[in-house]
Each structure stands twice: as C-alpha cells, then as structure tokens.
Design a protein around this ligand. Sequence first.
Ligand SMILES: Cc1cc2nc3c(=O)[nH]c(=O)nc-3n(C[C@H](O)[C@H](O)[C@H](O)COP(=O)(O)O)c2cc1C
Length: 195
Amino acid sequence: MSDHREVSVILVYHSGYGHTEAIAKSVAKGVADVEGVSIELIKADDENKDWDKLAAADAIIFGSPTYMGSVSAQFKGFMDESSKVWFAHGWKGKVAAGFTVSASQSGDKLNSLIQMSVFAAQHGMIWIPTGMMPGNNTSEASQEDLNRIGSYLGMMAQANADQGADVAPPATDHRTAVHFGAHVAQSAKRWVAGA
Ligand SMILES: Cc1cc2nc3c(=O)[nH]c(=O)nc-3n(C[C@H](O)[C@H](O)[C@H](O)COP(=O)(O)O)c2cc1C
C-alpha cells in the first residue's frame, strides 16, 4: 500500500554564517519526529549535489538567509540550476515549503519566502505554508510564543547580527522550526497517501 511506504523529505539550504544551518537542523528534527518520514539535508551550493535524490523526494524544503532583501546568491544559484529539472517538470506534484533567517525582525524576509513560493509554483509543486497562528501579537503574548514573528507563507527566524549561531536565532525560533518541520512532514504524508 502506498500509505505504508516511507515518505522522503529533502531540505536544501544555504547558510553563510551558520544561522540558517542551525534552523535547518531544527526543521529537520521536526520532520524526523513524524513517523514514517525520512529527512536528508543538502547544501544548495554543494557542487556535487545529488539531483537524483531531489528527483526521488516526495517533498523539498527550501532554506536561505535573507541577504539584501532576497534569498542569498548561493540559494538563487541553486534555483537557477534547477531550470534543467523545470524543463521536464521533474518536481511537479512534490510538496514544497520554505524558511528564511535574517537579522532584523522584518528585514524584508517575506520577499525571500515569496521568491521561494513562486519558484515552487514554477516547478508545479504544492506549497505548504506554516499553518501556524501568529504569536507575540497581543498585550499578553511574548517573544517565547511559537511563530513569534507571525509568518504565514513560510517560516521566519531572526538572528541578532552580533550573535553567533550557537545562540541566535533564539530557542523560541528553534521550537517554531521543529513545529514547522513536523507540519510539512505531516502534509507530505497526507499528500503521498492520497496520491
Ligand atoms: C550580504 C548580507 C546581506 C544581508 N541582508 C539582510 C537583510 O536584507 N535583512 C536582514 O534583516 N538581515 C540581513 N542580513 C543579516 C543576515 O540575514 C543574518 O546575519 C542571518 O542570520 C545570516 O544567516 P546565515 O548565518 O545563515 O548566513 C544580511 C547579511 C549579509 C551578510
């Protein structure tokens, strides 16, 4: 039965200074927490990327820092490289989702998520949003809330510019990332089972 096979998720990310990589690991943990779902991380700028693995995946999660209000050049390089796959619509019907990390609370992170979601649409992929209510937006709310930045399209994390990846983004964003990874994994499972 197709609903008993393992669902495979690949997370493709770039990280210049480790913050996005740290969040990628938390997203991956959330994916791995879901029974019957496997996860593998691939660096977007790895020249020896295994495109066959991406072709075989049920879901691909994209992760990039926001640099100059945009995905990083390295991540955009991966997007452009994938045009070879696009020609054959090789990722059509796969589940997709994305996350980004930047220093400012906004920092124009939304633009990076819009880029990723448009990219997924060009590939004919099924975009999964955070599925989370916004946190930290009432008088009784706090920075400790899940989804403290209040993002819907994809997951956002914020890392203070003067702190290393060991402490930034803060634990609350890592919790949000785990939650997000699990949500994408569960969505992929439903999509595969219903296929
Ligand atoms: C070239 C460059 C451009 C940046 N542009 C932005 C930006 O537009 N908005 C923002 O909030 N932070 C910006 N930052 C800060 C990074 O997004 C932030 O340091 C992030 O944590 C880096 O992630 P990484 O360690 O995975 O590379 C920029 C950093 C660099 C190096």
